[in-house]
Design a protein around this ligand. Structure first.
Ligand code: FAD
Length: 514
């Protein structure tokens, strides 16, 4: 992990604060923007970090644009240089340096100020949202101001709109509405040619679909039109436990295929042990609930499966109607009786639930340590084998954080977008959300990375149909494999919208050319 070592070097770098002479070829000295250019160590060191904490790639400068025109000016200026690259940085929640730019320009999208505002159109039920706005702010404004809310979310909301739309954006609502990329109808994008363009399904549609799930390769999203629906007041949040994987998947698939279902369906795998992080205590939703392991069948294996669902309701609903609906939906499922946990909470608190996890992790120092997370989509065809080989063996002790797995429907994804998916209508998200303790040794992080590699290699050796989500590769050859028969389209889109490969160099898909 040379990157880890680099990180320590970067942290201790005391290079001078102002550096007006700019780039190797002086190209930045003509940059005329309304916002600001920051060459200072504080800004560049910050832009050299991300949530993954394993890469440290310092940019030349950090740009704080006043708006989309500044973004266009920066890209056009970079095009004048033979080498300069530009990376939009959302909230830096990538794992593998995807929002970094070695000696390039990092555009801090969160600092777009008024341009990150959230304009709600009540009549047409959409919000126009700045690309650097956080989903948490979109939630608060839409719900508190208008009683409306976007349809599809991520589990955690301190992510930017442009950042998740560049990947997909999935959570427990995606089985019904598709990923977040399926719930936007218009984008304003500044392309790698430096052109500010509005695009949609019907206008500049090639650009629209390129950018959705496009890993920042074709343009910088400066505004998105997000579809809204009436927000519920309350949520019944429920977890039920299974000892058998086939029953867990049968029920999860039943719920995502049914017309009448919960509003949210997810699931996770846990160790069949009393380990406070990886085992039974990770299931209860409230401190007054306990997991009673004597309820488990005699020959339960090394791991258990938890189906997590939620039902929306309104303050006006009669409690007995809500209870009846819950019992009706749960009545079809085969979870272990008595291993059922539930709480009622406001819709906002439900959507902000991971914020509490963040606060606790910050307090114990494990939010800022490295996170070698692995996210993938695994075809339904191979998920049972994946369970046997990975969850029940390689990963049976857990990853010190959630091991999510839940099914999604391919038909809810637009295959004109740039995301690569496995074959078949049903595929599972598998997310290994690893945490360390507060002072991990480099060797411990290396072990986690090595286990990710083992999982990936085992998938390949077994011929599993899978794709990385939030993909990360080091070479064009690997990217070509990732995109498979979509590679030609991806390359064609690149040559149209960012022919000099100025944008998002941290993805390591293309090399800057002139
Ligand atoms: P960054 O990491 O800053 O950027 C990601 C990539 O997009 C970079 O290549 C960057 O250059 C590019 N980019 C950023 N902004 C723009 C823009 N405006 N226009 C074009 N390109 C841009 N994902 C899910 O789908 N579901 C989840 O539930 C989920 N939960 C998460 C929880 C946590 C705690 C973390 C750390 C991540 C989670 N993610 C989840 C992953 C998240 O969607 C990605 O990290 C995503 O990149 C958003 O993060 P960001 O806004 O910080 O973007």
């Amino acid at each position: 992990l040379a990157c880890l070592i680099e990180r320590f070097v970067a942290d201790n770098d005391t290079e001078s604060i102002t550096q007006p002479e700019i780039t190797d070829d002086g190209v930045l000295k003509d940059l005329d923007i309304e916002g600001s250019v920051d060459y200072g160590t504080n800004a560049t060191v910050l832009a050299a970090k991300d949530f993954g904490g394993m890469y440290a790639v310092k940019p030349l400068a950090v740009i704080r644009p006043a708006g989309a025109d500044d973004v266009a000016r920066v890209i056009r200026q970079a095009l004048h240089s033979p080498t300069l690259t530009v990376a939009a940085r959302g909230n830096g929640h990538s794992i593998n340096g995807q929002a970094m730019a070695h000696n390039g320009l990092v555009i801090d999208m969160k600092s777009m100020g008024d341009n990150n505002r959230i304009d709600v159109n009540v009549t047409s039920m959409y919000a126009d949202v700045g690309g650097g706005a956080l989903w948490a702010d979109v939630l608060k404004r839409c719900v508190l101001g208008y009683g409306l809310a976007p349809k599809s979310w991520t589990d955690y909301l301190d992510l930017t709109v442009g950042g998740t739309l560049s990947n997909a954006g999935v959570s427990g609502q995606a089985f019904r509405y598709g990923p977040q990329t399926s719930t936007v109808t218009e984008l304003e994008v500044v392309t790698g040619n430096g052109e500010r363009t509005v695009c949609s399904n019907s206008q500049n549609s090639e650009l629209f679909f390129s950018v959705l799930g496009g890993l920042g390769q074709f343009g910088i999203i400066t505004r998105a039109r997000v579809l809204l629906q009436p927000a519920p007041d309350m949520v019944r949040w429920i977890r039920v436990v299974y000892s058998e994987f086939d029953e867990f998947t049968r029920d999860a698939e039943l719920l995502i295929m049914s017309q009448e279902s919960f509003n949210y369906v997810e699931g996770f795998v846990l160790a069949n042990s009393d380990d406070p992080v990886n085992g039974w205590p990770s299931v209860p939703l409230d401190s007054n609930q306990t997991f009673d392991p004597t309820q488990l069948p005699k020959h339960t294996g090394p791991v258990l499966y938890c189906l997590e669902v939620a039902l929306h309701y309104s303050n006006h609903d009669d409690p007995s109607t809500v209870n009846k609906m819950v019992e009706k939906l749960l009545g079809r499922l085969r979870y272990i009786e008595h291993l059922r946990f539930e709480i009622d909470l406001s819709y906002m608190n439900f959507l902000l639930r991971v914020k509490h996890v963040e606060q606790a992790a910050r307090a114990s120092g494990i939010w800022d340590t490295p996170h070698p997370w692995l996210n993938m989509f695994v075809s339904k065809r191979d998920i049972a084998a994946f369970n046997r080989i990975m969850f029940q063996k390689i990963l049976k002790n857990g990853v010190n954080g959630p091991m999510l797995t839940y099914p999604l429907l391919r038909s809810k994804w637009d295959n004109r977008s740039s995301v690569a998916l496995p074959q078949g209508e049903i595929f599972y998200l598998v997310a290994l959300l690893r945490f360390s303790h507060s002072h991990p040794k480099e060797s411990e992080i290396k072990q986690m990375v090595a286990q990710n590699q083992e999982v990936l290699q085992t998938c390949i050796n077994n011929g599993f149909d899978f794709k990385l989500y939030l993909p990360h590769y080091e070479s064009t050859v690997e990217w070509k494999k990732h995109f498979g028969d979509q590679w030609g389209r991806f390359v064609e889109r690149k040559s149209q919208f960012d022919p000099k490969a100025v944008l998002a160099p941290g993805q390591k898909i293309f090399t800057r050319n002139h």
